[in-house]
Design a protein around this ligand. Structure first.
Ligand SMILES: [Zn+2]
Length: 79
């Protein structure tokens, strides 16, 4: 299976496919375009000005607070 959108790794001169680690075409020795690094955009997830993990920490803190105030037996056996 050959993906058609993979044109950047083909030699621009002769159109030959080259491995990713090659800097020059093995066929015509032409310089190859550097492969585009697939760097996933590390956009920090922010919700209402705070990162998501901060909200999770706050939620956990709140849960711990609530559990700490109520006794566990009350939570397990609602009357
Ligand atoms: Zn070539």
């Amino acid at each position: 299976m050959t993906p058609k959108g993979n044109a950047f790794m083909d030699c621009r001169k002769c159109g030959t496919w080259n491995p990713d680690d090659k800097n020059f075409c093995w066929r015509c020795n032409a310089e190859l375009p550097k492969p585009v690094e697939k760097k996933p955009k590390k956009a920090p997830r922010v919700f209402a000005g705070l990162p998501i993990w901060m909200w999770i920490m706050l939620a956990l803190f709140f849960v711990v607070l609530v559990i700490g105030q109520c006794s566990v037996s009350e939570l397990l056996v609602p009357s």
